[in-house]
Design a protein around this ligand. Structure first.
Ligand SMILES: Nc1nc2c(ncn2[C@@H]2O[C@H](COP(=O)(O)OP(=O)(O)OP(=O)(O)O)[C@@H](O)[C@H]2O)c(=O)[nH]1
Length: 476
């Protein structure tokens, strides 16, 4: 079961409870038992699940709730906040500063993705203006230095390591000293992967930490580790002072619940997640938006960020200006398709309220991309005048036939594309944010800049319903 499925099951349990006429002890227990089963089957450790159930019951004391209290809302909020608590122990994380060199040490099990993640972490900070450097203190795995070297070279990040030196402590100290002298402000030390049974490797990791005095130790964990996560994470925590967790391979089919257990074991928050093998498949992690997405409540602030990253900066002002004048042309649609071609659509959907990632059936992502490509080919055969007009009446029957011929498509496909365009143009019209503002939770509305922010957001995006229809996802 992947985490999206876990979210789906929890949402389903809440919905089932919401469908009963009166919420009593029995319906609450049924809902909590269903959530417990889903969490356990997703590899969340038993004590953690038990604890969550007790906490929710303590918050939701049905007998004490006076008539008129919205019990459903209180239960939903309790579930939401307990899931957030599981993922965020509320401990502040060390944040590197550009004014002073920081040392960050990476630890984790063999093959968890440490070396890859070190480079992703360095690259992420490099994009923010840091001057990072990588030190390979993994003398255990043959090829580890070459891997780090290759990744670092690709990202143009300085690195340090040795083919001959077998003492990781020596390499780590030399590397950190060297990069401090070179005024690097973020020195990242990669260590050998180890398993909790390997006492000598744990001792070595402790010595590297003692010698380099890291400002932060990051525990890297593969999301597929399952029930073993709690014990493994605890073993690391007992040897070095783990301050943060990064979960890798969130793009796979892992159950993912082990991640929740690792947080509990290390009492440290997840700061990033790895979502692929590539350098930029790396996301900042925040518990509340994550749980929101998990439960299909959406993550509009994340979506606004994502869209800002997707729509090229120089296009953003023109786009907003055009849209605010109700000027949604085919050219704007073309530009947006082009930007969306490289965007993980599944991720986009999971950020929309009422839609969980699970709703995007397998294969639909490719189907959506093919559709956008087809529409773009059709638009390639249009004149500038047609692309810049927001009046679909300019397309006479002969023009449509000409465009179909020019693009190698059939007339009905041209008509289909124009119909989709009309639908989107209606959605992006003025005042579309008004209705959404009534249904959004107030804190979410605040996050995206109130009704004004929501309106400009809606203009950029169109409603989730239209997007789902447009790109072929299921909509319910
Ligand atoms: N799909 C996917 N693969 C990942 C991710 N992160 C790392 N990998 C892959 O996982 C494999 C192991 O990654 P490494 O970085 O070599 O792991 P390591 O922890 O340094 O390995 P040891 O040094 O043996 O402990 C590689 O094939 C990576 O490309 C991720 O977020 N998603």
């Amino acid at each position: 079961m992947v985490l999206a499925e876990l979210g789906g099951r929890i949402t389903c349990a809440i919905r089932k409870m919401n469908n009963v006429t009166i919420i009593d002890e029995k319906s609450l227990n049924e809902c909590l038992n269903e959530i417990t089963r889903a969490l356990l089957q997703s590899d969340v450790s038993f004590p953690l699940v038990k604890n969550m159930q007790t906490n929710i019951k303590n918050i939701v004391n049905l007998q004490d709730l006076a008539v008129g209290h919205n019990k459903r809302k209180i239960i939903e909020q309790a579930i939401f906040s307990e899931l957030c608590k599981m993922l965020d122990p509320g401990k502040p994380v060390f944040n590197p500063k550009k004014t002073k060199p920081s040392v960050v040490m990476f630890v984790g099990l063999q093959g968890s993705g440490k070396t890859t993640t070190c480079t992703k972490y360095a690259y992420h900070h490099q994009k923010k203006g840091f001057k990072p450097a990588l030190v390979c203190a993994d003398t255990f795995r043959a090829g580890a230095f070459d891997q780090l070297k290759q990744n670092a070279t690709k990202a143009k990040i300085p690195f340090y390591g040795s083919y001959t030196e077998s003492d990781p402590v020596k390499i780590a100290v030399e590397g950190v000293d060297r990069f401090k002298k070179e005024n690097c402000d973020l020195i990242i030390v990669d260590t050998s992967g180890r398993h909790k049974q390997e006492a000598s490797l744990f001792e070595e990791m402790r010595q590297v930490a003692e010698a380099t005095k890291p400002d932060l130790v990051i525990f890297v964990m593969d999301s597929s580790i399952g029930q073993a996560a709690f014990d493994q994470a605890q073993a690391f925590k007992q040897s070095v002072s783990v301050g943060a967790v990064i979960i890798t391979k969130m793009d796979g089919h892992a159950k993912g619940g082990g991640a929740l257990s690792a947080v509990a074991a290390t009492k440290s928050p997840i700061i990033f997640i790895g979502t692929g093998e590539h350098m930029d498949e790396f996301e900042v992690f925040e518990a509340k938006p994550f749980v929101s997405r998990l439960l299909g409540m959406g993550d509009l602030s994340g979506l606004v960020d994502k869209l800002q990253a997707v729509v090229p900066k120089e296009q953003q002002t023109t786009l907003v200006e055009n849209l605010s004048q109700g000027n949604f042309t085919l050219r704007i649609m073309y530009d947006q398709f082009q930007s969306l071609m490289n965007f993980p659509l599944k991720e986009l959907y999971s950020m929309l309220p009422g839609i969980s990632a699970e709703l995007m059936p397998k294969g639909h992502e490719e189907e959506s991309r093919a559709k956008m490509k087809r529409y773009m080919t059709i638009m390639d055969s249009m004149t500038n005048e047609e692309l810049d007009s927001s009046n679909p009446k300019v397309f006479s029957e002969t023009r449509m036939m000409r465009i179909a011929r020019g693009s190698g498509r059939i007339v009905s496909e041209v008509m289909e594309m124009l119909n989709e365009y009309k639908k989107l143009a209606t959605t992006f019209g003025k005042g579309k944010g008004q209705n959404m503002s009534k249904i959004l939770p107030p804190q979410l509305l605040k996050q995206i800049g109130g009704t004004g922010g929501l309106q400009s957001f809606m203009k950029q995006l169109g409603s989730s319903k239209d997007l789902m229809g447009m790109f072929g996802g299921r909509n319910n």
